[in-house]
Unconditional design. Structure first.
Length: 193
C-alpha cells in the first residue's frame, strides 16, 4: 500500500511540474517581451523567467538549429509554421540564419512556432515546424535552384531536414550555458531525446 501512495505522490509532483511549465510558457508566450527575429534572446529570457519562478533550469536544454546545406533557403533554416511568418498556401513560412528553442523533458518550447502556444515532443515539433502541410512556392514561380523548384514539397522538406544540424547547450543552476553536443545530425538528435 505504501508503494501505491508513493507512486501517486510522484505522479502528482510530475504532473504539477509539467503543468507549471505549460502555464509559464503560455503566460510568457502572450505576455513576455518577444521579438520575431530574436529567438536566442527569447529563449534565454524564458529560461531566466523559469529560474525566477523556482524551476530547476539545469533540466533545460537549449537547442540551436542550423541548415548549412539548405538549397531552398540559401543555407538558412526554413520554417513553415512560424508565428510571424508569411502566409502561403496554408503555410506560415519564415527563414532564419539559425533558430533557437528550449527543450524540457524532450518537449520543445518555441516562441516562434505556431500562432498559439503549443508544446510538442521534439519529433512532432520538427515535422510541424519544418515540413509543409501542402506544396508551396516560398520564392515565387520563377525561383529555381539546381533544377528544383518552384514548389517546396513534403519530400523536399524531409530531404532538407536530414541535413539540418543541431547544437545542444545545457544550463547550469546559475544560468550559465555550456555545449553538450557541438553538432548532431537529425538522427542523433532524435536518439538523444
Amino acid at each position: 500500500m505504501n508503494y501505491i501512495k508513493l507512486f501517486v505522490l510522484i505522479l502528482i509532483a510530475v504532473s504539477q511540474s509539467v503543468f507549471a511549465q505549460e502555464s509559464e510558457f503560455n503566460d510568457y508566450f502572450y505576455n513576455g517581451e518577444l521579438s520575431s527575429r530574436h529567438c536566442g534572446v527569447n529563449t534565454s529570457n524564458f529560461i531566466e523567467y523559469l529560474s525566477d519562478g523556482g524551476y530547476p533550469i539545469s533540466k533545460i536544454d537549449t537547442l540551436v538549429i542550423t541548415a548549412p546545406g539548405n538549397m531552398w533557403s540559401f543555407g538558412k533554416v526554413l520554417a513553415v509554421n512560424s508565428r510571424w511568418g508569411r502566409e502561403n498556401e496554408g503555410n506560415s513560412h519564415e527563414s532564419w540564419n539559425f533558430h533557437v528553442v528550449s527543450v524540457i523533458d524532450s518537449n520543445v518550447y518555441d516562441f516562434s512556432f505556431n500562432k498559439v502556444p503549443l508544446i510538442l515532443p521534439i519529433d512532432e515539433y520538427l515535422n510541424r515546424m519544418f515540413i509543409p502541410s501542402s506544396p508551396f512556392m516560398p520564392y515565387g514561380e520563377s525561383f529555381r535552384v539546381s533544377g528544383h523548384g518552384p514548389w517546396f514539397t513534403k519530400e523536399d522538406a524531409r530531404k532538407v531536414l536530414k541535413n539540418y544540424r543541431f547544437k545542444v547547450l545545457g544550463t547550469s543552476n546559475n544560468g550559465r550555458q555550456s555545449i553538450i553536443h557541438k553538432e548532431l545530425t537529425l538522427k542523433e538528435l532524435l536518439n538523444r531525446y
